[in-house]
Design a protein around this ligand. Structure first.
Ligand SMILES: Cc1ncc(COP(=O)(O)O)c(C=O)c1O
Length: 394
């Protein structure tokens, strides 16, 4: 047998995201399973209470997803056929889908280079007598210009429903996201700032809105399952609206209770990693780092770099392939709404309609950023980006 070259050390795959689930979450889930209350019970109530404390909102309603919460918020604001809702093209499909689900028309306003968030001058330009609400997205965890947005909404008599899927822990001018507008809705999908597997939370200071959302989240029943099945509850209930089955289970909430307690530590670690990336890319002009405004606290859900493709010989997708070949998972947030065939056809949108979004999207790559990463992971990612960029300079 001839001598074999030693196998090159292959570094393990670093996924784009990986949730941090600890023993407390596991124990709480087991406790829930043993307790007999699997949904609509005490763990959901405790998770909602924790959320009220973290966001400062008077009401919090736990739901099966952020999408469910956005859908119910629109319904609770009486938005329906004939109405228009202004939102951003640089978002996930769910933001736009819920507007379509209530029969309203999504109207897209381009974003700003300064923060990749909705451009209020564009929003203003697009308001018509049919406009009923603005649905801003706090892209990647950086809050929108909420004072200006709320002033515009107030001036024009519009509701504001925040898609806060990315923004748990974020603050705008010293105020947490969650109690600024008519409603904010957070996501607990596994890659988000905290997770419950799937799940969402709607927060609001508006009691009537919260009650409507709660009612619609449980089939439109007048009494929730907790009331129906407790010792003192009554089996009688009435259906007051054709609702949905959108409530959160106690199994999800059991995870969420502990995730929420760890939010501060998670966010601190995400912030450190983002700062580390910033340092590691500071001398690489082909890599445009995510912009950060100075009067906000970022949740750092995402660390989206932009490759300056004019300076490089490779495309964004080739760069993603090169990163994957080096064992690094990435993602793209987001393929703009108007690039998807459905919206392209249904809303009559075309490439070229949102030039700022398209310019940002062209080189956009979200790098791994999560509390389980250590400094050497971030160094490895940044080193791989550097290698790819240096090998493909024009
Ligand atoms: C901006 C945005 N809005 C809404 C959602 C939907 O959240 P969920 O998966 O909890 O329904 C997501 C992602 O999942 C998102 O990124």
């Amino acid at each position: 047998m001839g001598k074999q070259a030693p196998a090159a050390a292959v570094e393990p795959f670093l996924p784009f995201a990986k949730p941090e689930i600890g023993q407390e979450e596991i124990d709480e889930v087991v406790d829930t399973l043993r307790s007999g209350w699997l949904t609509g019970g005490p763990k959901v109530q405790a998770f909602e209470q924790g959320f009220r404390e973290v966001t400062g909102a008077a009401h919090a309603v736990a739901l099966s997803s952020c999408t469910a919460g956005l859908h119910l918020a629109l319904l609770a604001c009486d938005i329906g056929p004939g109405d228009e809702v202004v939102t951003t093209p640089l978002t996930f499909a769910a933001t736009v889908n819920v507007i379509l689900h209530v029969g309203a028309k999504p109207v897209l306003a381009d974003v700003r280079e300064e923060d990749y968030n909705i451009d209020l001058a564009e929003v203003e330009r697009l308001i018509t007598p049919r406009t009923k609400a603005i649905m801003p997205v706090h892209y990647g965890g950086q809050p929108c210009r909420m004072d200006e947005l709320l002033a515009l909404a107030r001036d024009r008599g519009l509701r504001v429903i925040e898609d806060a899927a990315h923004a748990l822990g974020a603050q705008y001018r010293g105020r947490p996201i969650g109690a600024l507008s008519d409603a904010a809705v957070f996501s607990f999908y596994p890659i988000k700032p905290i997770t419950t597997g799937q799940g969402g939370m709607l927060t609001t200071d508006d009691e009537a809105l919260a009650e409507r959302v709660r009612l619609l989240s449980l089939h439109g029943l007048s009494k929730n399952a907790w009331n129906r099945y407790t010792e003192t509850g009554t089996a009688e209930y009435q259906v007051l609206a054709p609702g949905f089955n959108y409530s959160m289970t106690d199994i999800q909430a059991a995870i969420g209770i502990h995730q929420l307690r760890r939010l501060e530590a998670f966010q601190a670690r995400r912030t450190e990693l983002a700062q580390q990336y910033d340092r590691l890319f500071s001398d690489l002009p082909e890599v445009i780092r995510p912009p950060v405004l100075d009067d906000i606290v970022h949740s750092w859900h995402l660390y989206p770099i932009r490759l300056d493709l004019d300076r490089l010989t490779i495309s964004r997708s080739e760069a993603i392939d090169e990163l994957r070949a080096r064992g690094i998972g990435t993602s793209v947030h987001f393929i703009p709404i108007h690039f998807h065939p459905y919206y392209h056809d249904a809303l009559g949108l075309r490439p070229g309609d949102f030039p700022v979004t398209e310019r940002i999207y062209a080189g956009l790559i979200s790098l791994p950023l999560y509390p389980r990463m250590d400094d050497s992971d971030a160094e490895r990612v940044a080193g791989a980006v550097r290698e790819i960029v240096e090998a493909s300079r024009r």
